[in-house]
Design a protein around this ligand. Structure first.
Ligand code: NAP
Length: 328
């Protein structure tokens, strides 16, 4: 059966202009795969790293790791999904920017009732990221004060809500007063507008000089040093992204000089390597959504063919919350 669909491909690395809308054939699913007719695609900063070439993958290739849709066909060996199921994923092989595609079934979970396709596409990668950052990388117990950069972003607005649900005081950072207000409205305890305030001084002030046990930093290069300076002795620096560029050329001695610090550079993939772990993390995430502790704020919607403009908005800091591509 012919299954010709539209998808985004890149043949070279570069700016948003390298994204091309092409027509591709979706073959029947192989063993342990499902074919998903997609309804919405989640946009993430990692898509920009693969487009630009900061993260390498043999060309040509598709883009995107996160989407939702309906199972259209099921390959041999798949037990937990059937045709017609409403599903989502946030950690697939590259290629989510497409009307339909095949995905390894162990990356795919059912969407609970009450969560629509747009919300699921916006929630999976970003929500599972906050799950592992807060519940695995540094297991927050409640009562801690933490620093979280880019608090008004896609991952950030989920983090603000999750921290509040855990009884954690999240100090966020943001580049404008509007973004700061948005993060606060989503549960951040305090938000530092770093266009006006010094982050390290403000963190010291807010913690009575104690500073914080953990910093979550998805901004990278620009915030690396300030983040280390916000940590209490033996604190943990979680460097989980490169929105401003990668952190390079670090002399480990800096961790000694700034107080026997720990540093980790985690990825989602290593935290949800099996269907069981993916399902457990998704259950925790969707459990909080069901209890209305986490809502998903979709700040921007674009059509598939406008994926380049969507990425441009994300990389130029014009977005807040999640950004999705919607499909008919
Ligand atoms: N390791 C993992 O497992 C994992 C998983 C998911 C996401 N991430 C990382 O988490 C971070 C957030 O991802 P996201 O998709 O939710 O993006 P996002 O936070 O919605 O967008 C990035 C934000 O970073 C801030 N930023 C600071 N300096 C910037 C610069 N020079 N250029 C662009 N943005 C800058 C901006 O917020 P302000 O304007 O407020 O500064 C911007 O809105 C990214 O670094 C991403 O790679 C990592």
């Amino acid at each position: 059966m012919e299954n010709q669909v539209k998808a985004i491909r890149i043949e070279e690395n570069g700016g948003p202009e390298v994204l091309k809308l092409v027509s591709v054939q979706v073959p029947p699913p192989e063993k342990n795969e499902v074919t998903i007719r997609q309804k919405a695609v989640g946009l993430n900063f990692i898509d920009i790293y693969y487009r630009s070439g900061l993260y390498k993958h043999p060309l040509p290739h598709g883009l995107g790791f996160e989407a939702s849709g309906v199972v259209e066909a099921v390959g041999a060996g798949v037990r937990h999904l059937k045709v017609g199921d409403r599903v989502a994923y946030g950690q697939s092989p590259l290629g989510a920017y497409a009307e339909a595609r095949n995905v390894p079934a162990d990356r795919v979970v059912k969407i609970p009732g009450g969560v629509d396709f747009d919300q699921a596409a916006a929630l999976m990668l970003k929500g599972l990221t906050v799950q592992y950052l807060f519940r695995q990388t540094y297991r927050l117990q409640g009562g801690e004060t933490i620093l979280f950069h880019a608090a008004a972003g896609g991952v950030g607005l989920i983090a603000c809500q999750w921290a509040k649900a855990l009884g954690v005081k999240l100090i966020g950072t943001a580049s404008t007063a509007e973004k700061a207000a948005l993060a606060k409205a989503h549960g951040a305890w305090e938000v530092i507008d770093y266009s006006r305030e010094d982050v390290v001084e403000r963190v010291k002030e807010l913690t009575n000089g104690k500073k914080v046990p953990v910093v979550y930093d998805g901004v990278g290069k620009d915030t690396w040093l300030a983040s280390l300076d916000c940590l209490e002795p033996r604190g943990l620096m979680v460097s989980f992204g490169n929105a401003s560029g990668p952190v390079e050329g670090v002399n480990l001695g800096i961790l000694a000089a700034k107080g026997s610090l720990f540093v980790t550079r985690p990825t989602l993939g290593t935290h949800v390597p099996t269907l069981e772990k993916m399902q457990a993390a998704s259950d925790e995430l969707f459990g909080l959504v069901a209890k209305k502790k986490i809502g998903i704020t979709i700040g921007q919607r674009f059509a598939l063919e406008d994926a380049g403009a969507a990425q441009e908005a994300l990389q130029s800091r014009k977005t807040t919350g999640a950004t999705i591509l919607t499909l008919d």
